[in-house]
Design a protein around this ligand. Structure first.
Ligand code: FAD
Ligand code: ZN
Length: 475
């Protein structure tokens, strides 16, 4: 740090108050590592501003002293983006005190919130005025909207409502030199040149700190139908999705796939999870369709489509939830897959997106490559097939040493990502690039694309203080 540490500390305290600057190792601990424990960082301090003006003053101080910053939301992105490096040079700016809903405008179908609002609280605030904020993901109880926007988060409703990028109308951002850009417009149409907000969406804090966002909200659905189907083949899962979309007039709001292995380990390891079918099947789809009014006929449409598919042999068995409890039980199976993998040993992850029509082909090719690379490894491809975002996780072979297996993470990633690239897919569909995939990104983007990324970074952050050495590969 260019400024002596003690002086920096004093000046930060003068901006946000003594209690909003953390230096005690015990207080810092949860902010230096992530759930997966891949990296462990160090920092001289964590600062907790309470207003945009305070963020601006903090960033200006860092700009003038050349002090690097890591913005941090809920710290759930798990690719090293939200924590500092081991050298301990960056200060962490946590947005968690900036958690006010500034405005809800039900008539305009918008709400304006501060960046540190926890996603679940935003959903609740919308619900209270009979509206829906559709972004929904496993980490919604702890991730923040600033983090969601900075990673362009998706989740189970992406199929119908798009990802974070599609849900934002305006942003307020503190730029790397401390200036505040107020782009909090709540307009559906604005054709006045470059759409600057989209630069900051998915930038993982490398271009500035998002302090507030104007978001779209939607009419709250009045009727929801949840169903789970056992499907006869992997391509059949995609065929069923397509048919459901057609039959319901695109009212499918979520469509998730699960393999037998996922169901098996969920039932085995997670209390309360039950297989809804009385015999095992290879492939499953869990879906939800939503309508704007009660007794809309949606349930009949879902029933008919499933019945036809059963007649043709596309679907082997199906259940439609009859009660709130059954809805919860079905979704519980899908959620349980995440934790059920842990007791099965090491798991090598691939967070990928493929064109929906190629998902089955991708999984078949990837499974073959896995078996060739590490015989006996157990693929657990599950997730948001509705938007082509598959969690292609691979659990270690039974009896293999965990560390020995995990040491092959890079090798397996390379092999699987090559298939992804051959299908014009993405090697990061949810968690971002951070530091985990930064070097790898250089292999999958063209020189032109990399050059554009570096140009944008240099233009907005010429001193390179904003989340340095993340996302944008070295030139
Ligand atoms: P953090 O992890 O704190 O930060 C993410 C990045 O954004 C970092 O680079 C950080 O520096 C930057 N950042 C944070 N706040 C700001 C800000 N205000 N301004 C500028 N930069 C900022 N993701 C999905 O997309 N879909 C899913 O379905 C999904 N499911 C998940 C399930 C579980 C159980 C877990 C643990 C994670 C899941 N994720 C999913 C990943 C993660 O929740 C998302 O990436 C989420 O958007 C991260 O938000 P966060 O507040 O935790 O951000
Ligand atoms: Zn996911």
């Amino acid at each position: 740090m260019a400024m002596p540490a003690a002086e920096m500390l004093d000046r930060m305290r003068a901006v946000v108050g003594d209690r909003a600057v953390l230096t005690d190792p015990a207080d810092l601990e949860p902010h230096l590592t992530e759930l997966r424990g891949l990296f462990r960082g160090k920092t001289p301090m964590l600062v907790r501003p309470a207003s945009t003006e305070q963020v601006s003053a903090i960033v200006r101080l860092c700009w003038e002293s050349g002090t690097p910053i890591v913005p941090q939301g809920g710290n759930t992105s798990l690719c090293g983006a939200s924590i500092p490096f081991e050298e301990g040079e960056e200060i962490i700016v946590s947005l968690s005190r900036m958690n006010r809903v500034r405005e809800i405008d039900p008539l305009n179908y918008t709400m304006t919130v501060e960046a540190g609002c926890v996603l679940q609280n935003i959903q609740q605030a919308a619900d209270e005025v009979d509206r829906l904020f559709p972004l929904s993901l496993g980490a919604e109880g702890s991730c923040q909207i600033g983090g969601n926007l900075s990673t362009n988060a998706g989740g189970i409703n992406t199929l119908r409502f798009g990802n974070a990028r599609d849900l934002v109308l305006g942003l307020e951002v503190v730029l790397p030199d401390g200036r505040i850009w107020n782009g909090l417009r709540r307009l559906r149409k604005d054709n006045t040149g470059y759409d600057l907000k989209h630069l900051f969406v998915g930038a993982e804090g490398t271009l500035g700190i998002i302090t507030a966002a104007a978001l779209k909200i939607f009419p709250k659905p009045r009727e929801e139908v949840t169903a789970m189907a056992a499907v006869s083949s992997l391509p059949g899962v995609i065929e069923l999705l397509s048919r459901m979309r057609l039959a319901t007039g695109d009212q499918v709001s979520a469509f998730e796939m699960m393999p037998r292995f996922g169901i098996e380990i969920s039932v085995k390891h997670v209390p309360g999870v039950r297989d809804p079918f009385d015999q095992p099947y290879e492939h499953y789809a869990l879906m939800r369709a939503s309508a704007g009014r009660r007794n809309s006929g949606l349930r009949e449409l879902v029933e008919e489509t499933l019945a036809e598919a059963i007649e043709e042999g596309l679907v082997l068995d199906a259940v439609i939830a009859e009660s709130e409890q059954q809805v919860k039980d079905l979704w519980r199976i899908r959620e349980a897959i995440v934790e059920a993998q842990i007791p099965e040993g090491g798991s090598i992850k691939h967070d990928v997106a493929i064109p929906v029509s190629r998902v089955a082909d991708f999984i078949e090719q990837a499974n073959a490559v896995v078996e060739k690379t590490i015989p006996g490894a157990r693929p657990c491809p599950f997730g948001h097939v509705g938007d082509g975002n598959i969690h292609y996780n691979v659990t270690q072979p039974v009896g293999m040493d965990r560390a020995e297996y995990l040491a092959r993470w890079g090798e397996l990633n390379d092999a699987v990502h090559r298939i992804v690239a051959s299908m014009d897919g993405s090697i990061s569909a949810e968690h971002g690039i951070g530091r985990l995939k930064r070097e790898e990104l250089a292999h999958y983007k063209s020189e032109v694309e990399l050059d554009l990324m570096r140009t944008i970074k240099a233009a907005l952050d010429p001193k390179g203080i904003m989340n340095p050495k993340k996302v944008v590969p070295e030139g």
